[in-house]
Design a protein around this ligand. Structure first.
Ligand code: NI
Ligand code: MN
Length: 226
């Protein structure tokens, strides 16, 4: 059993029997997050890219928990240079960690530390395989046809997809992504945090259901089990 908690934006906490993993832990400036960095436990933090709304509180949480940060090579090297434990990967690469497998996928977006205007390598999507379950967190991305390939090669139980538009896919493109991925369940993310991405998850759910797929809108701070 895997417990997945949504903390708003693209931040998810995944608890397996023995491990706690955070993806894109953006809490402090995230109006929808009900947790503080000091409250969470993590063995591993997986980052899709370096933008502030994804790195979020990674440094503080990594320091508190002595957590390992998993990210694309450039971002990982940056974290190591700042004294954090980090494991670097490249797009298309997969590696087995104590909690399960992580594979990075392409994501059509950008990745930089905006505060320092520093390039941080390619943005990524994340395929997590834990036991017999597969979770795909697409990161920030536009729609891309290779999602079909991702869906063909991975039996995706849960697809976490941005619907906020402007910076990422909007609702209609994300519905197409659900079709391409052929996932069992879709969960919308990256909406409602800022005015510019204030799209309606109910509309996404309705459209996903109209193509015969399942959608769960996760309330902030609540969990589902798969
Ligand atoms: Ni971004
Ligand atoms: Mn973002």
């Amino acid at each position: 059993m895997i417990k997945i908690t949504y903390h708003g934006h693209s931040a998810f906490e995944i608890i397996t029997g023995d491990h706690s993993i955070l993806i894109d832990p953006f809490f402090t400036h995230n109006k929808n997050a009900k947790v503080k960095p000091a409250d969470v436990k993590a063995d591993y933090i997986i980052l899709s890219h370096a933008h502030g709304d994804h790195i979020g509180d990674t440094m503080e949480i990594a320091k508190n928990n002595d957590a390992t940060i998993i990210a694309v090579h450039e971002l990982s090297e940056y974290m190591i240079s700042k004294g954090y434990k980090s494991h670097g990967m490249g797009i298309g690469g997969q590696r087995e960690f104590p909690f399960g497998k992580v594979k990075l996928t392409i994501a059509h977006h950008s990745s930089s530390l905006e505060s320092e205007n520093l390039y941080m390598g390619e943005p990524a999507g994340i395929i997590l395989t834990i036991g017999d379950k597969t979770i795909y967190h697409s990161g920030d991305t536009g729609l891309f046809l290779d999602m079909k390939l991702i869906g063909e090669m991975h039996n995706i139980d849960l697809a976490l997809l941005p619907i906020g538009d402007n910076y990422t896919m909007g609702i209609d493109d994300a519905v197409k992504a659900v079709e391409f991925l052929n996932c069992k369940t879709a969960v919308p993310m990256h909406y409602g945090t800022f005015d510019v991405i204030d799209t309606n998850p109910e509309e996404f759910k309705r459209k996903v259901e109209s193509i015969g797929k399942k959608c769960v809108i996760m309330p902030y701070g609540e969990a589902i089990e798969i």
